[in-house]
Design a protein around this ligand. Structure first.
Ligand SMILES: Nc1ccn([C@@H]2O[C@H](COP(=O)(O)OP(=O)(O)OP(=O)(O)O)[C@@H](O)[C@H]2O)c(=O)n1
Ligand SMILES: O=P(O)(O)OC[C@@H](O)[C@@H](O)[C@@H](O)CO
Length: 463
């Protein structure tokens, strides 16, 4: 299931737990059907990210403990019809890049050294396929060139770019301009402005018949290599190949400034928190609370399943957010059992998985220090496996008769005709307090899932 973004609002169109880059591939995916020739990618990642203003080059800045470049690699690596991804990094970052490849199990990647400019880096990347001594990187029919700092690229656009490049020789993604382009005089006065409607921003990905773009780089001038920024121009200038231009979604933007990194993190958080699985232990109160919580989490696509089914892969693979509801401070053994299931399907390799343990507390007592310490230690242990464990205790007053669970009371209020009794109930402070606790439970659960804050793991929050 590919996660699609609305073309303007950029909100995820379909609930799904995975970024497009990670949607599970199946044999009948469109790309596999129509791409019957070898396609490779070159990701220039040899820059220093000066405009980001950080000591770490932006392609290695992390989101959820994972470098930005890993998200971009995944966007290509997950597609079966892309056979190789050449990543071009500065020599000093070679080992760092190899460690990223190992840690995130990027299996299609070859790392080569970049140059002093983006064009030189791209040229080095292309040369990796022309090294006849290295059979591990056979020459592709089509090569996609894509900045390593553009992490959000979807299969359907890559497919269009690839097929257009195969047919036309070159293709490129474009976006409407959001600012007018003007020419300035040497004294920084306005010389003239361009008619914005006639122009587009050249983005990435771009696709080329390998032989065309490689020949263009072989023929281009030193000036091009030093100061150029447009591969499509090289194909036209040196090979007479006019690129097919394809409009892409706003998510194609390049991470350049700090704000772009924050925007990328926000998009990843949003796409990771569109679904959840609520697991209810057997007690009636837990089941009732699960149903109420499902209603309160109306922002998400949620499944409610009985405890014991969570190890079922069909539930595990649908989301990275799990809410376990127990009516008592039951044993926490189920946490490690769940984490083992995640590891069996490699579920937390690319993105952190969230577990929120909601405990219905039948007494008003807060957790004792031993219980708190044990929970903190458990959270610390599972965090090593990229699982973020949070706790919420919701005080479930003993005064309540079990039948007066929130759902039962709501039903009673709707069914009851006697105003006096209904008013009495409505003004019962316990009921109002319980309703408020339920609302807070939904709000806090949503925030924990959305924010995936590493510092809050192991905390037992109270509502
Ligand atoms: N010598 C270079 C310069 C840039 N790039 C890559 O080209 C992409 C787009 O370039 P840009 O956004 O300009 O990256 P930087 O050059 O790192 O940024 P800055 O100009 O702010 O230093 C980036 O993935 C960058 O790593 C590269 O491979 N080799
Ligand atoms: O000049 P920069 O290296 O910042 O960015 C490169 C961009 O110009 C380039 O990725 C697109 O415009 C497509 O060519």
């Amino acid at each position: 299931m590919l996660l699609q973004f609305h073309h303007e609002t950029q909100r995820p169109l379909d609930p799904g737990c995975l970024l497009p880059q990670d949607a599970e591939r199946s044999a009948d995916q469109p790309g596999r059907a129509v791409v019957d020739f070898p396609v490779a990618a070159v990701l220039p990642a040899g820059g220093s990210g000066e405009r980001m203003g950080l000591t770490t080059p932006k392609q290695f800045c992390s989101i959820f403990n994972r470098p930005l470049i890993s998200y971009t690699i995944q966007a290509f690596e997950r597609l079966p019809w892309i056979v190789m991804v050449v990543v071009v990094v500065a020599k000093d970052n070679h080992d760092l890049m190899l460690n990223i490849v190992r840690k995130f199990n990027h299996t299609k990647v070859k790392v080569v050294h970049g140059g002093t400019t983006r064009h030189r880096s791209i040229y080095n990347g292309l040369q990796a396929f022309s090294d006849s001594t290295d059979s591990s990187t056979p020459k592709p029919k089509v090569v996609i060139i894509h900045d390593a700092v553009r992490p959000f690229v979807e299969e359907d656009l890559l497919l269009k770019i690839t097929l257009a490049a195969k047919e036309q020789g070159a293709s490129g993604a474009i976006r409407p301009l959001v600012s007018t382009v003007i020419a300035t005089t040497s004294e920084s006065y306005l010389d003239h402005s361009l008619e914005r409607a006639k122009y587009r921003a050249s983005e990435m990905p771009q696709g080329f018949l390998y032989d065309i773009i490689f020949q263009a780089y072989q023929r281009c001038s030193e000036f091009d290599l030093e100061f150029g920024t447009e591969c499509l121009h090289l194909a036209l200038q040196y090979c007479g190949t006019n690129a097919r231009l394809i409009e892409g979604p706003p998510t194609l933007w390049k991470v350049t400034y700090k704000r772009d990194l924050a925007a990328a993190e926000a998009i990843i958080k949003e796409t990771l928190s569109v679904s959840a699985c609520i697991i209810a232990e057997a007690e009636e109160e837990a089941v009732e609370l699960a149903k109420t919580l499902q209603k309160n989490l109306n922002m998400m696509e949620t499944d409610v399943i009985p405890c014991g089914k969570e190890s079922n892969v069909q539930y595990l693979s649908k989301t990275r957010n799990f809410i376990h509801i127990s009516a008592s401070a039951s044993s926490s053994l189920w946490v490690l059992e769940m984490v083992k299931c995640f590891e069996d399907i490699d579920h937390a390799r690319l993105y952190p998985v969230v577990i929120v343990w909601v405990q219905l507390s039948m007494t008003k007592q807060s957790a004792d220090s031993q219980e708190t310490d044990e929970f903190m230690a458990l959270a610390s242990e599972v965090k090593q496996r990229n699982v973020l464990l949070y706790g919420i205790k919701i005080d479930h007053s003993k005064e309540w008769h079990p039948v007066w669970s929130s759902a039962a009371v709501a039903h009673l209020l709707q069914a009851w005709t006697c105003c006096a009794f209904r008013d009495a109930l409505l003004h019962t402070s316990e009921l109002e307090q319980w309703q408020r606790s339920l609302e807070r439970l939904g709000q806090i659960t949503l925030v924990l899932i959305r924010d995936r804050n590493m510092a809050l793991t192991g905390q037992m929050l109270h509502v």
